[in-house]
Design a protein around this ligand. Sequence first.
Ligand code: SAM
Length: 333
Amino acid sequence: MTAPLIDPYARTIDYLRVSVTDRCDFRCTYCMAEHMTFLPKRDLLTLEELDRMCSAFVRMGVRKLRITGGEPLVRKGIMTFFEGMSRHLGNGLDELTLTTNGSQLERFAEPLWNAGVRRVNVSLDTLDATKFKEITRWGSLDKVLRGIAAAKSVGMRVKINAVALKNFNDVELFDLLDWAAREDLDLTFIEVMPMGDMGDVHRLDQYWPLKDLRATLAERFTLSELSYRTGGPARYFEVGETGQRLGFITPLTHNFCESCNRVRVTCTGELYMCLGQEDRADLRAPLRASEADAGLEAAIREAISRKPKGHDFDYSRQEIAGQVSRHMSHTGG
Ligand code: SAM
């Protein structure tokens, strides 16, 4: 182990999110334009480079590693990477996990479990098959539900992440809650963030602030805040009447930048110190410049010394402020 990563605001960085591909088998309307141009393969970190980079972060104190994308399970050979990373579990790393759209989970649940993955986040915004097709453009609800069932059956804890979308899943709020309770799934709602150009889709038309969502919930249920944390940005509440735990990720109505403990690396090895800022550091060059990791570690430390205080996303003046140009699939949500 080397010295831990501590940023200028005395925050310890112990959570790394790594996007392993920019490709996805869905085209969610709030995430990607339908016709995206993807990166050439040579620009992507190889599986070996991903391993070296993540291992360096673990040596520098990262305790939680979340693999994301694009869709991480469409990256060819990705199980080799998960299997490799499992050697760090209990040796610095506390948790190896992923965020997925669930489309490939039926096939991968068991090997993921064998590699030490115990929790998985599955993104799912609606339980209506027609609306599911509409929002994902290319996805099949049935396949995702089979993926969730497979993850549960191998013993994984599944958390559903739903983006709160006005005029879309607002009408399904109580159905989603009931379903999650019945299926024993954790459920977290996320505010839609201004990332990437969406063509004809307008952010403010989609934005359903979670304070409004909570007000709707309060018409039927009593919510009380919990101290439970999973090392991420979600804040959790208990639904008094059902005992259910509900998460809220509210980058717009209430950010939690002061306790930010994470950084993100894209599939090309760009280290973003904040999801909502453009500053970044190139880790691919030091990875490719030398087989030793000294240059890589120095580049990581230098970048952490520039981690900003927080993002500037803001819709409060009925206009979009703080937008970043890259899509969520680029940085890895
Ligand atoms: N393909 C995987 C998945 O579907 O979970 C991982 C990558 S996806 C970019 C990660 C998460 O980001 C998903 O839950 C998705 O709904 C969310 N997301 C994408 N664009 C977003 C945006 N503009 N605002 C908020 N969440 C967004």
